[in-house]
Design a protein around this ligand. Structure first.
Ligand code: ZN
Length: 217
């Protein structure tokens, strides 16, 4: 479906709560170390974002792979190519809110793509306890923190800022205690209270775009 897109730059209008996206761009359904939460969801066009956010996300996956070569990442829902209401989410309207599924380790401590199928609502139905465990799976907090750390590092180059991240408050301390977590502590604003929907299986990142954030690397 990506081949049907035009080359014109994206424009995000309004806010994630009430907005739209002009010339939205879809993320590829898979790459070396990542894939979409649902091939169908992505094929339907539920993974469209602003071109700068797309470029940032893809650049970031490449960088994280250098250090975390065996780690799988799965991204979740983003928004429609034209933005607007995005059932069942309350936000995700202007291409600047992106759900990333948590990276997970299996019983042997090996990274595996988080299981996403129609039976667990494409990963959104998984429930992790306060230590970040769900059955045989454990959240790979260090890989998640590294993913965020390198996003922070790369943001200025794309004129992007991370405004806020929604993630389960009980799990935030595990994230910030991980080796890479210490590097992002105090640099990212997290929700203090639980959000309206559980955020234990994914983290919802709200970006903002402005040429004021642009710096040359
Ligand atoms: Zn979300």
């Amino acid at each position: 479906m990506i081949f049907m897109e035009n080359d014109r730059p994206s424009v995000s209008v309004g806010t994630p709560e009430k907005g739209k996206l002009i010339n939205g761009k879809r993320l590829p359904t898979r790459g070396g170390n990542f894939k979409a939460y649902s091939f169908l969801g992505a094929a339907l066009g539920r993974s469209a974002t602003h071109h700068r956010v797309r470029d940032l996300i893809l650049d970031n996956y490449r960088i994280v792979q250098m250090e975390f070569s065996g780690t799988y990442f799965v991204y979740g829902e983003i928004g429609w190519p034209k933005g607007g209401p995005f059932y069942p989410h309350r936000t995700h309207q202007n291409g600047l809110a992106v759900d990333f599924m948590v990276p997970v380790l299996n019983r042997d401590g090996k990274s595996v793509p988080i299981p996403t199928s129609i039976f667990n609502r494409f990963g959104y139905g998984l429930e992790f306890d306060r230590k970040g465990k769900s059955g045989d799976l454990t959240i790979d907090f260090d890989a998640m923190a590294a993913h965020l750390f390198y996003l922070l590092q790369k943001c200025p180059q794309y004129g992007i800022r991370i405004d806020r991240i929604l993630f389960d408050p009980h799990l935030q301390s595990h994230l910030l205690d991980a080796p890479y977590g210490k590097k992002i502590k105090g640099r990212i604003r997290f929700n203090q209270r639980p959000a309206w929907v559980r955020h234990d299986d994914h983290y919802h990142v709200i970006f903002s775009i402005s040429d004021k954030h642009l710096t040359t690397p």
